[in-house]
Design a protein around this ligand. Structure first.
Ligand code: GLV
Ligand code: MN
Ligand code: MN
Ligand code: MN
Length: 408
């Protein structure tokens, strides 16, 4: 048996972000493939039966595959500059929990099948659509739209899948596989400060904020930085920057809302070039889906104002806003969550602003989450942390929760 801390140590050097701190582990990249190979080797070393489905989800069966399975797992991809634990903690903990169930003899008595699932491109950092694997599995995104998505290099998802030995023709909703999942439990590092001032290492997830991503494009007139007077420009960067600067004030009028621009791209991107276009990616979250829409509408209206104010005569800055993804507010399965809270009476219930595959699956199968304390409260950054003892406590609780579901 390998302890969860040692398991994580095995991948500590895989996929460090060469541009700075943290990790860069995009979905369907060489790095993610190396991490999957690590997972497969660890699963096979434990005698688990591994298969990769049409959507690139890796399944490792700890019992013979079957109906009404208890499934646990998470993801191995990361955001750019991501932390060590977002995703891998859930995968390593799943392996360690299987060890614990095996060694305690509980797995041998299990009344239901047990599997670990590793979902690809959970962060959506490569193709823009978060939880890509679970969305494909459940049909939350159709194959037509998914296959046409492109990454920053212009490669389509279809091309990337082919390079990974998967058949684009077979991608998409998989009712047979989905119907085998009786319940899904994802363990994840806590991504905020929720557990810092408690003496509890683990919380039971209650809900996830509604959240979406929009691609906002400002288009103007590319021109020469030295010869074009300031008054004769249609500069999309000015319009975009003014809009971004207005976002905190707009959002402050909506209690509990958060909005972020964490990624932009200037075209063509030269110091001495007035840009022809600027892309801005906008992330908005709130517990009420309607409020997310209201925040979006206000930001879009402001962007239109800022765009029209940045033009020159018939050289306009124009605006397009496209939704890339939306995940409605999710409440985890009431009965499953109640069972977890009864099993772990000290663990606080906790809502989160972060998205997870468990939320996509929750629309189809009873799903729940466990969060493990993060002493820095920072996530999606290198400072994300998890104490060794908390990680071990998470594994014990995960194993007990799986045992409860397995009826042992
Ligand atoms: C993913 O972790 C997200 O919440 O965006
Ligand atoms: Mn994440
Ligand atoms: Mn995650
Ligand atoms: Mn996530």
């Amino acid at each position: 048996m390998t302890d969860v801390v040692s398991l994580l140590a095995q991948i500590k050097d895989t996929g460090r972000d060469p541009r700075g701190s943290g990790y860069l582990r995009p979905g369907f990249s060489r790095v993610e493939r190396d991490l999957r190979a690590w997972f497969v080797a660890e699963a096979e070393a434990r005698g688990l039966d591994v298969e990769v489905d049409h959507n690139g989800i890796t399944w490792a069966w700890a019992t013979p595959p079957g109906e009404n399975a208890v499934v646990t797992g998470s993801h191995l991809d990361s955001v750019p500059g991501g932390g060590e634990f977002d995703g891998p903690l859930g995968v390593a903990s799943a392996l360690a929990a299987v060890d614990e169930l095996t060694e305690s003899g509980r797995l041998a008595r299990a009344g239901r099948p047990l599997a670990i699932a590793v979902f690809p491109e959970e962060e959506g950092s490569r193709f823009g659509l978060s939880c890509l694997g679970s969305r494909l599995l459940t049909g939350a995104v159709g194959p037509k739209r998914a296959l046409a998505m492109t990454d920053d290099r212009g490669d389509t998802f279809a091309e990337v899948l082919t390079r990974h030995g998967l058949d684009p023709e077979r991608v998409g909703r998989d009712d047979e596989r989905l119907s085998r999942i009786g319940s899904f439990l994802e363990l994840h590092v806590e991504q905020g400060v929720g557990l810092i001032n408690t003496d509890q290492p683990v919380a039971v997830g209650s809900s996830i904020l509604g959240h979406g991503r929009w691609h906002v494009r400002f288009e103007g007139q590319g021109n020469h930085a030295g010869t074009t007077p300031m008054a004769r420009r249609a500069d999309p960067v000015v319009a975009a920057a003014r809009t971004i600067g207005d976002i905190p004030t707009i959002v402050s009028r909506f209690d509990g809302a958060v909005a972020t621009v964490g990624r932009t791209r200037v075209h063509p991107g030269g110091t001495n070039v007035i840009a022809s276009a600027m892309d801005v990616w906008l992330d908005i979250r709130h517990p009420d889906d309607e409020v997310v829409q209201e925040v979006l509408e206000e930001i879009a209206a402001r962007a239109r104002d800022r765009a029209s104010g940045a033009g020159y005569r018939n050289q306009e800055v124009t605006l397009t806003v496209d939704q890339e993804s939306y995940s409605p507010t999710t409440h985890f399965h009431a009965d499953f969550t109640r069972r977890l809270s009864a099993l772990l009476p000290e663990a606080p219930a906790q809502s989160t602003g972060a998205g997870h595959d468990a939320a996509i699956l929750a629309a189809h199968v009873p799903s729940a989450m466990l969060f493990v304390r993060n002493p820095t409260g920072v996530s999606h950054a290198a400072e994300e942390a998890c104490e060794d003892d908390d990680a071990r406590a998470g594994v014990r609780r995960l194993a007990d929760a799986l045992a409860m579901e397995l009826g042992v």
